[in-house]
Design a protein around this ligand. Structure first.
Ligand code: NAP
Length: 261
């Protein structure tokens, strides 16, 4: 199933689940930045919520808001019994420490799964795992390579693949091109979360049975591009756009439902 078909089918299931709930889950999205990417992400999340019958409210604050004032608003949301879950849309303006904000969100309301004590996983790796499992991708004893080691994508992705008993290798900016080629050649599952347009090209050799997941979002005047060149000769390659971004959005709603239950 393509990602679009999968999302459509899952949305129907979630819609039915929400319709059967005695109380609709309440989500709050906190937004400070108003750059094109943040606006598009927030718009997408509000659209998904509306489509699924989830109550979502946008709480917009000025981009010059102080860290102290934002932390005060987060404390209010933590206490608000009407709010099941909330997210603070990242990235945040420079005057605010993102790590402090991630730790300020109560773990039981942390639908983004960013807090170390959160019972939920971050949405991007969670959305990827859900899709790969749905597609019947095998994990046990398979060679998985994750390129990128950020706290919100690369590291939790590696942890989740390890939990499924993959042999996991994590590569990063200090990995040489020769080593990268060596690891990729034997990989069964590759997740690229770097943010460099077409870092991975057909120059690299892959198993024809390999599964390539492209997390990267790189914008230019022609639109969005992934970290992997399109049309790789492998069994499965997720597209950009219309790939991991959609899986991430879906996982946010699934995380909210896990809290609301
Ligand atoms: P990040 O925090 O900037 O981390 C990027 C990682 O890539 C770092 O670990 C860095 O290594 C590594 N890296 C940089 N250059 C490299 C190179 N030449 N070769 C190998 N590794 C390299 O980014 P992120 O938040 O994880 O996001 C990564 C990409 O995914 C971005 O394009 C972002 O927009 C996108 N993203 C998409 C979604 C979605 O829903 N589709 C969600 C989240 C992120 P070091 O640690 O050594 O610096």
């Amino acid at each position: 199933m393509t990602i679009k078909e999968y999302i459509k089918a899952r949305k129907e299931e979630i819609k039915a689940e929400v319709a059967a709930m005695p109380k609709k889950p309440n989500l709050v999205i906190v937004q400070l930045n108003e750059d094109e990417a943040s606006k598009a992400y927030v718009k997408g999340k509000l659209k998904d919520a509306a489509e699924l019958g989830i109550n979502a409210k946008l709480l917009k604050f000025p981009v010059e808001m102080s860290e102290k004032a934002l932390l005060k608003e987060i404390a209010k949301l933590n206490k608000d019994k009407k709010v099941d879950g909330f997210i603070v849309q990242m990235p945040l303006p420079k005057q605010i420490d993102e790590e402090k904000v991630k730790l300020a969100v109560a773990p039981e309301k942390d639908v983004d799964g960013f807090h170390p004590m959160s019972a939920l996983n971050p949405c991007t790796p969670q959305g990827i795992m859900n899709y790969l499992k749905h597609e019947g991708v095998e994990f046990l004893g398979k060679n998985a390579v994750v390129i990128g080691r950020s706290n919100i994508v690369g590291k939790p992705m590696a942890k989740m693949l390890l939990k499924e008993s993959c042999n996991v290798t994590v590569l990063h900016s200090k990995t040489s091109k020769e080593d990268m080629a060596r690891y990729l050649k034997y990989a069964d599952i590759v997740v690229v979360a770097v943010g460099r347009q077409h870092l991975i090209t057909k120059e690299f050799e892959f198993k024809p049975s390999a599964v390539l997941v492209d997390v990267g979002i790189n914008r230019d005047e022609n639109g969005l591009h992934g970290d992997i060149e399109p049309g790789m000769p492998v069994a499965l390659q997720t597209p950009v756009p219309g790939g991991v971004g959609l899986l991430t959005r879906l996982a946010l709603m699934e995380n909210l439902l896990k809290i609301g239950r």
